[in-house]
Design a protein around this ligand. Structure first.
Ligand code: SAH
Ligand code: SF4
Length: 374
């Protein structure tokens, strides 16, 4: 569960970098080393992010020798599409294969429900930050087989580029709520954020990006120190340490008090709205007493609360409470004046928690052993 740079290095594969993982500053440096004119950098970036070139050979206003040099040094697209589930006006789930045979999931959600984006009728992409996850929350498919590795910056950016290409639509909001713990892959996350928000890059405003974390208090402080106004969502899922301890091992490292200290720091530094995420698991964290404590904690931070009825995961015994109880829980929080949202989908199989598609694929290939039938 270490977040130091040594662990980041050891779980990042040693391969030639992709152009999708370079910032403008990186490219300027590289072109300088090759004695190329700085305006060439703008040309390359335009090919990647404006014209959406399919390969380095498509970059027609670059000379052949420059293209050859780039091809020797860099890969281009590093993700390949395996399956797409869902259709245009519903949630779509994409399964991508990575260069080393591992898999990653990305989800496109058509109309933002107004919680993470500013406007409705926007397209939200839910991206993954790691293959698997080391944090082992008891209810989550992504953590079931542990952490395989961090995603590189180009694999994070690549998910967005691929879903835009495959859907033919522009992504307006990005949420880091797919597989993995984004704050445990902070170095690559920061680079990806620079590329996603860069005007020369994907040009998506920081205010349209939400990072979800299970509560890595020291890294929340680091994020707060960044000048950008990224939104933050906290997977709380328990309003007291005894409840949170039962389902989220991360709580033994940074308990609720430490977590909230870092959230107050974040709030002071960035003054951005925070969201407390609270999945409802029957008989585990869904008492109305928890709802009242949750409301109190949210008030102290002026945070929004998002209540999420649990999506069942194959191989795990946790269940969601019935709809009536979910509404009762939500109303208990809402009646205190805290802005509270909850969405109960009818057929929630396609919306099923991220991580299951990849788990099925990788266990069917024998890459991992997981309690999910292939
Ligand atoms: N690691 C980060 C981000 C990825 S998980 C985090 O934990 O915040 C994104 C969200 O999905 C988290 O709030 C997580 O708790 C939630 N989640 C995981 N499994 C779920 C399930 N089966 N049903 C509903 N939400 C789930
Ligand atoms: Fe990891 Fe988040 Fe799943 Fe916990 S909820 S196991 S931190 S992906």
């Amino acid at each position: 569960m270490s977040t130091d740079t040594a662990s980041i290095k050891s779980t990042t594969p040693p391969i030639s970098p992709s152009l999708f993982g370079l910032t403008k500053d990186d490219l300027v440096e590289i072109f300088k080393q090759h004695d190329e004119k700085p305006y060439r950098v703008d040309q390359v970036l335009e090919w990647i992010y404006k014209h959406r070139a399919g390969s380095i050979d498509d970059m027609l206003n670059l000379s052949q020798p420059i293209r050859e040099k780039l091809k020797q040094q860099f890969r281009f697209k590093t993700l390949s599409k395996v399956t797409i589930q869902g259709s245009e006006d519903t949630t779509r789930k994409y399964l991508f294969k990575l260069h080393d045979g591992r898999y990653v999931e990305t989800v496109l959600i058509p109309a933002s429900k107004g919680l993470y984006g500013d406007k409705a009728d926007r397209l939200t992409a839910c991206v993954s930050s790691q293959v698997g996850c080391a944090y082992g929350c008891k209810f989550c498919a992504s953590g079931l087989a542990g952490l395989a590795r961090n995603l590189t910056a180009d694999e994070i950016v690549g998910q967005l580029m691929m879903v835009e290409e495959l859907s033919g639509q522009k992504v307006n909001n990005v949420v880091f709520m797919g597989m993995g713990e984004p704050l445990a892959n902070f170095k690559n996350l920061e680079k990806a954020l620079d590329i996603i928000t860069g005007q020369w890059g994907m040009n998506i405003g920081a205010r349209h990006i939400t990072i979800s974390t299970s509560g890595l208090a020291p890294v929340i402080k680091k994020l707060a120190d960044r000048p950008q106004q990224i939104r933050l969502a906290i997977s709380l899922h328990g309003a007291t340490d005894d409840v949170r301890d039962k389902i989220m091992p991360v709580n033994s490292k940074w308990n609720i008090e430490e977590l909230f200290n870092s959230l107050h720091y974040y709030k002071e530094k960035s003054n951005k709205r925070l969201t407390l995420e609270y999945i409802l698991i029957k008989g585990v964290n869904d008492s109305l007493e928890q709802a009242r404590i949750l409301a109190k904690r949210a008030k102290g931070l002026k945070a929004l609360v998002n209540v999420i009825p649990y999506n069942t995961v194959e191989g795990l015994d946790w269940e969601r409470p019935d709809d009536e109880h979910c509404y009762k829980f939500r109303n208990t929080v809402r009646d205190t004046g805290v802005v509270t949202t909850m969405r109960i989908e009818k057929g929630h199989d396609i919306d099923a928690a991220c991580g299951q598609l990849r788990l099925k694929q990788e266990s069917s290939e024998g890459i991992i052993k997981a309690p999910i039938k292939a």
